[in-house]
Ligand binder design. Sequence first.
Ligand SMILES: [Fe+2]
Ligand SMILES: [Fe+2]
Length: 180
Amino acid sequence: MANAETCKTIDCLRQDHAIIGRFLGRFKIVCQKVENLEELDFSLIRIVTFVDDFIETFHHAREEKVLFDHLERKNRQAAYLGRRLTHDHMDGRHHLEGMRKSAAIRSREERASFLWNAVGYAGLSRDHMSYEERELYPHVASLITQEDDEVLMAKFGILFPDSAQRIAAAEEFVNNLPAR
Ligand SMILES: [Fe+2]
Ligand SMILES: [Fe+2]
């Protein structure tokens, strides 16, 4: 398959990115409120749970177990690209754990720690997604035949039979975060 535009597998991952991109925009607003000591009407644990469930557990698993796995099998020389991105995923998890530990904000130190990890996580995520969209996805798309595309889509379905519900829940969650 010559381009990423007609590849269903890549299209699914790009749709995840669109939700994550919108989330990061709202998350920045939430962080500004935390920094300004504004009262929030929801717990920051809910943000941590969203990142854990949608980005870490769902989107990154779709990439690592389906996309990078395909790259590894189709083009061993370029497999390092997938491994590099897996390292980014691991770095993001360190920031996520930092957010989890401080999300209750019981002290000034916890507030600083939450914000430091949030900024780190958001910056890493943006750079990482932009690299994937610019470099990795087009490259892997060129290695996905129409037949592979169906197989990879089926793998997404086996990995998460409830994909549609997860995506709908993620969209709803992001829409309900403060927009200003
Ligand atoms: Fe990724
Ligand atoms: Fe991604």
